[in-house]
Design a protein around this ligand. Structure first.
Ligand code: URA
Length: 243
């Protein structure tokens, strides 16, 4: 790979910024100042910028506890995005694997692994997504039955059967919802379809990946190698886990 691309991929600046750094002699390869942006390097080379070692990372995986008020987007001119919360990211091609509404909290996978993201999100894979919600009004066994039957949301096809579990029924009900797909505003629209309003929504899991409850809203951590492996298996085998 070209030296300028290596540095650019690792977030050392835009292509023209890193070219400038290279030409100024700020970049060394195996201890020698490298003056040519097109110099071919591999991960075996020891590359430093201003004396600081820069290693190559191909794929990154972060679990974010998305706070309310932040957009599930890579960039936005006016509003904070989930990507702006990942402060020590190395790659600049990270994106959120799936979207949560601005006011929804909880598990969001941030990665640059397009293959994994695609297989987790593909409607054909039916990877479970589990949510916790507070809903205005009394949620009943009739609602459980309606969710299990596949609600008509006014889309081309009815929703796939979903599992609704009632934790507490009351003026404000506390529930868990498990979906096997990810349509726009799906949880809110499903409750709307049965005459209820979602007051609070948090995603707890996606396939085998469970939100680490020690992460406060806005906090994140890297996935463990085991979590990554399980997610990859998960996206192939359609195995799901309850967190
Ligand atoms: N369903 C919703 O309505 N909103 C989300 O953010 C996720 C699922």
């Amino acid at each position: 790979m070209r030296l300028d691309k290596f540095l650019c991929d690792m977030g050392e600046g835009t292509r023209s910024q890193v070219k400038q750094k290279i030409r100024k002699g700020c970049v060394t390869v195996d201890g020698q100042a490298a003056r040519k942006p097109e110099l071919s390097v591999t991960s075996e080379n020891r590359i430093c910028v201003d004396g600081r070692s820069v290693s190559y990372v191909k794929l990154e995986y972060y679990m974010l506890n998305k706070p309310a008020g932040v957009l599930s987007a890579t960039r936005d001119p006016d509003q904070p995005t989930v990507l702006s919360l990942i402060r020590d990211k190395r790659r600049k091609d990270l994106f959120p694997a799936g979207r949560l509404d601005k006011d929804t909290e909880g598990l969001l996978l941030i990665t640059n692994d397009g293959v994994l993201a695609h297989s987790l999100l593909s409607p054909k894979k039916h990877v479970d997504k589990r949510y916790y919600a507070k809903v205005a009004g009394v949620v009943t066994e009739e609602h459980v039955r309606l969710f299990a039957g596949g609600l008509d949301l006014g889309d081309e096809k009815p929703a796939l059967p979903a599992v609704l579990e009632i934790q507490k029924a009351g003026k404000v009900s506390h529930v868990f919802v498990t979906l096997r797909e990810g349509r726009y505003h799906q949880v809110k629209r499903m409750f709307q379809a049965v005459g209820c309003e979602v007051l609070y929504l948090k995603r707890l899991s996606m396939g085998s990946l469970c939100l680490d409850e020690s992460l406060k809203p806005g906090e994140y951590r890297s996935l463990t190698p085991e979590e990554i492996e399980n997610l990859k298996d998960n996206s192939q085998n359609q195995e799901n886990h309850k967190c």
